[in-house]
Design a protein around this ligand. Structure first.
Ligand SMILES: NC(=O)c1ccc[n+]([C@@H]2O[C@H](COP(=O)([O-])OP(=O)(O)OC[C@H]3O[C@@H](n4cnc5c(N)ncnc54)[C@H](OP(=O)(O)O)[C@@H]3O)[C@@H](O)[C@H]2O)c1
Length: 245
């Protein structure tokens, strides 16, 4: 069976890495559910451009931190396409502060979106993903680098990696793989916004390949895990970061 009958749900696909993943999976023949939280115009534009180039896409608004909203999105995807085969947990936020200075809102928002969000979608996937399915979680190379100010963000991603390993074992017998991709610095709003140019320049040179990751670099790695060539990879974290760590 080719990819043409398969359905991929990508969270946080309106912008950045998620949009590149949605575009790439559509190009590979997947029907794509483009989830977003608030950026409706960009999500609609992406879905329209996928459709214009012969692909199939549906937008789905849902705050991933809200279990009821996630369930409604999953129902809508199943109603439209009959089922879901690939879940990409990409939606995420990053709020930086030292442990000393970080307030409760910084902690709670990242736990809700980066940790509870993937839990919400993985719980449904564990119940309802079709046989042959793939779950791909976005972690980060900050798990490993552990720079100051990244404490809470890194903690959410370390939690995602832990769930990746555990769920891959819980799905024994279901013919479903669970893996994570851990990007390094990647040229999106999440990374670039609010950083002085000097900091961006330093981080750009950190990888031996001496450039920032592009959303397409990450989408390529996700496409590998989602496609036929990734079938034997299970319970792994793949760092896609140009060699930064
Ligand atoms: N960029 C990097 O350097 C980097 C490095 C390592 C890991 N990552 C990880 O890669 C993933 C994508 O990051 P990015 O750089 O592409 O970020 P981004 O450009 O800021 O885009 C974030 C996406 O997530 C969505 N989103 C945010 N909160 C959401 C929520 N509550 N429910 C549903 N969707 C939500 C946004 O939707 P709206 O547009 O509707 O707000 C947007 O589509 C994240 O998990 C991030 O932690 C990024």
């Amino acid at each position: 069976m080719g990819n043409s009958t398969k359905v991929a749900l990508v969270t946080g696909a309106s912008r950045g890495i998620g949009a590149a993943i949605a575009r790439r999976l559509a190009k590979d023949g997947f029907t794509v559910v483009v989830n977003y939280a608030g950026t409706v115009a960009e999500a609609e534009e992406l879905a329209a451009s996928i459709e214009k180039t012969g692909g199939k896409a549906l937008t789905a608004q849902a705050d991933v931190s809200d279990p009821a909203a996630v369930a409604r999105m999953w129902d809508a995807a199943e109603a439209a396409f009959g089922g879901v085969d690939v879940l990409v947990n990409n939606a995420g936020i990053m709020r930086l502060a030292t442990i000393a200075d970080g307030d409760d809102a910084l902690f709670d928002s990242q736990i809700a979106i980066n940790l509870k969000g993937p839990r919400n979608t993985m719980r449904l996937a564990a119940q309802r993903l079709r046989s042959g399915g793939r779950i791909i979680n976005l972690s980060s190379s900050v798990v490993g680098l552990y720079q100051p100010t990244y404490g809470v963000y890194a903690a959410t991603k370390a939690g995602v990696e832990a769930m990746t390993h555990v769920l891959s074992k819980e799905l024994r017998g279901r013919n479903i793989t669970v893996n994570a991709i851990a990007p390094g610095p990647t040229a999106t709003a999440l990374f670039l916004d609010g950083k002085p140019q000097a900091v961006i320049d330093t981080l750009t040179k950190l990888a031996p390949l001496e450039r920032l990751g592009q959303p397409e670099d990450i989408a390529n790695a996700v496409a590998f895990l989602a496609g036929p060539d990734g079938a034997w990879i299970n319970g792994q974290v793949l760092r896609a970061n140009g060699g930064i760590i």
